[in-house]
Design a protein around this ligand. Structure first.
Ligand code: BES
Ligand code: ZN
Length: 677
């Protein structure tokens, strides 16, 4: 056994009791709960050493049970200002402080409710830690049931982006949105900013009357735009799922419980692209039990949104870069929807155990894709993810190649957004599926989501549960050392099931043939290719191609200027490495139009390899920066600051000056562009 003793031994008593009960019950399934919203708040199953190192909060002393926000949204000042009122559940009779996480917040006053009304409370706001922000310690000798903080955010809040009207589709109204995961909620609300604490919330938001405001709560599709908005979130959520957005947003339904919020010019396209959302919800319900969050809507953000998607409850935030016209990138929706079970219902207790959110979700995502679009498509996506994982592993230090990251190893959770938690995590579940059979694993997962619904758990708790509920189903299926290898060892265990994709195999043959003979695959073949096949075609290219080869590909397929970000993020780095100067102009436009980290970072990283490329990247970044989200700015800045470029080889022509946005090919209107279909 290599499980550290604490991981199996020191669960909080309630958890230990429920585990005992499980053993005593002879591993029977939990009954499916009838209610959508939990009535009693279950204890969080976290051992002392699994504590969240990314938060100053002390949830063993006191927890926030409910949060009431009353905020004014100021587009001109780029601030949110008002009050946060906490209903507290004091766990420790000796506790005299409420410790909250904040980052760049101006605290005006702190009050506690007493019999005599609201009374001021003493507090100290520590100097900021670069990663964690400022610890706010509020003196609460009376352990008030209600505490209220009056505060204001900073215009540079790391979890908010404020966009000028010119940066929106419509160009008339400003836009703002939050991105709280992993530890940015604290930059717009003082909170116990840890996924181990869950609370219900309500909010009153005052804004200019011509913008619509939405939150990760009970958005009303018929809400009037009047500048006065009220929200309720009756299901308890962790802080990283707090979300707000405001702009020229209109609603269009997909089904009775699902729909799209977007700028008017985008909404029809988005509804068409994401028309399968209701079927995805029904599929997941059949697999893993009821959808417990009532509505499921999608909010389409401007292209500066730093992620592909964010699973904010009831309202997933979605990048517009997956709207490519043929539904080929809708696995993103399957992914964010899947979080409604893995992540939002059963939550990682700290970011060390992020695989519990992202690995489970990537597995469920693939199951949804298989159910809706067939096994061939699901297998292509799995194989592509695995290829990405192999590349990622080559650059990941061994302590971050494990699923269950050890205390101290993941300093900045924004940096652990790598393939390990996602794709190694999903691969592990696929391994369990292979060994136990789909029926057994599905029943286990359904029981897992029910059992831990609205709780935050660690890997240790998962292991205990799997040992009680899954392993005994077929005692010879998986050994403990296999389980340990998956969770606690770097790299990919030898027991990993291999998936082959014949369709991607054909792409390999086509690429090889072209590399050998300069003979491009027949048009009748490539006409059938989807985004996944094009991704694979580019992904398998050698480090560099000759200028003739680049030009032949570009002439045939118009990769430069492609509107498909998944192709752009692979083509432009290849162009940079190959010294293919023609791509620089559309590449510069791409970097200025898109702020999604996953798509643009590979391009910046490729540029940062050479001195000339780095100089070009710096110039582009300077232009792009005002339109980037703070999270994207931080990532690009870090890559450029830490670059170790080598001098360019003499054959490489100097890159041209970056064009301002709107340069040729920026919108990828070329008729031959493989827009994936
Ligand atoms: N929850 C993540 C986004 C996230 C992770 C934000 C970590 C901050 C820190 C979201 O569900 C996600 O995984 N998005 C992916 C989607 C993809 C894997 C389908 C993305 O943004 O690319
Ligand atoms: Zn995710």
């Amino acid at each position: 056994m290599r499980f550290p003793p604490i991981r199996s031994g020191r669960l909080i008593p309630l958890m230990a009791l429920s585990l005992l009960a499980l053993f005593a019950a002879g591993c029977q399934r939990e009954p499916t709960p009838e209610t959508a919203t939990p009535t009693a708040r279950p204890e969080t199953a976290v051992s002392a050493e699994d504590r969240d190192e990314h938060s100053y909060a002390e949830p063993e002393k006191v927890v926030i049970d409910d949060l009431a926000l009353d905020l004014a949204l100021g587009f001109d000042s780029k601030t949110l200002a008002g009050t946060a009122t906490y209903t507290l559940d004091w766990k420790d009779d000796g506790a005299t402080q409420l410790v909250l996480d904040t980052r760049d917040l101006a605290i005006d006053r702190v009050e506690g409710q007493t019999d005599g009304g609201w009374q001021p409370l003493q507090y100290t706001l520590d100097a900021p830690d670069e990663l964690l922000g400022s610890r706010l310690a509020i003196e609460t000798p009376e352990r008030n049931a209600l505490v209220r903080v009056t505060y204001r955010t900073s215009p540079g809040a790391s979890g908010l982006q404020w966009l000028e009207p010119s940066m929106t589709e419509g160009g008339e109204l400003p836009f703002m949105f939050s991105q709280s995961q992993a530890i940015h909620a604290r930059s717009w609300v003082p909170l116990q900013d840890t996924p181990s604490v869950r609370y219900t919330y309500s909010a009153k938001i005052a804004s200019r009357p011509d913008v619509m405001v939405l939150m990760s709560a009970d958005n009303d599709p018929a809400a009037e735009r009047d500048g006065d908005y009220a929200f309720e979130m009756p299901q308890p959520i962790p802080s990283y799922l707090m979300a707000i957005a405001a702009g020229d947003l209109v609603f269009k339904p997909i089904s009775g419980r699902a729909g799209v919020w977007a700028e008017p010019a985008m909404v029809d396209e988005a509804v068409e692209e994401f028309a399968d959302t209701e079927e995805m919800i029904r599929t997941t319900e059949q697999l893993y039990g009821p959808y417990r969050w009532e509505r499921y809507d999608l909010l389409i953000l401007p292209p500066s949104f730093p992620f592909g998607g964010m699973e904010n409850p009831r309202l997933s935030f979605i990048t517009p870069t997956v709207i490519v016209g043929d539904k080929s990138l809708v696995s993103l929706i399957a992914h964010e929807l899947a979080h409604s079970w893995s992540g939002n219902l059963v939550t990682n207790a700290s970011w060390k155990d992020m695989w519990l959110n992202e690995g489970f979700t990537s597995y469920v995502e693939n199951r949804i894709v298989e159910a809706l679009y067939g096994k061939e498509v699901a297998d292509m996506e799995f194989v592509i993810a695995r290829e990405g994982l192999q590349k990622d592993l080559a650059e990941t230090p061994s302590e971050l190649q494990v699923l269950a990251v050890r205390p101290g190893d993941a300093r900045d959770p924004d940096d652990t957004f790598g393939a390990v938690a996602y794709d190694k995590g999903a691969w592990f579940l696929q391994f369990l599926e292979e060994r136990f059979g789909r029926e057994t694993l599905d029943a286990f997962l359904r029981g897992y989501f029910d059992h831990f619904a609205f709780q935050s758990i660690s890997t240790a708790t998962f292991v205990e549960y799997a040992k009680a509920e899954l392993l005994p189903k077929q005692p010879d299926a998986v050994t403990e050392s296999e389980l340990e290898a998956w969770l606690y060892e770097p790299g990919i265990p030898a027991s990993a099931p291999q998936v082959l994709s014949p369709r991607l195999g054909l792409v390999d043959s086509a690429r090889l043939a072209w590399l050998g003979s300069a003979q491009l695959p027949p048009q009748s073949m490539t006409a059938e290719w989807t985004t996944q096949e094009w991704i694979h075609f580019l992904e398998g290219m050698p480090e560099t191609l000759t200028l003739e080869q680049m030009s032949q590909l570009d002439t045939a397929y118009s990769f430069s200027g492609t509107p498909n970000g998944e192709l752009a993020m692979r083509w432009y780095p290849l162009a940079v490495r190959s010294g293919y100067a023609i791509a620089y102009e559309p590449m510069s436009a791409f970097l200025q139009r898109i702020g999604r980290r996953k798509l643009i970072m590979p391009v910046y990283e490729a540029l940062a390899q050479s001195e000339q490329g780095l100089a070009f990247a710096r110039r582009v970044f300077e232009r792009a920066r005002p339109g980037y989200h703070p999270i994207t700015i931080a990532s690009v800045q870090k890559t450029l600051d830490e670059a170790k470029p080598r001098p360019a080889p003499a054959v490489t022509p100097p890159p041209p000056e970056p064009e301002v946005e709107g340069g040729a090919g920026a919108d990828g209107t070329s008729p031959q562009a493989p827009s994936a279909g």
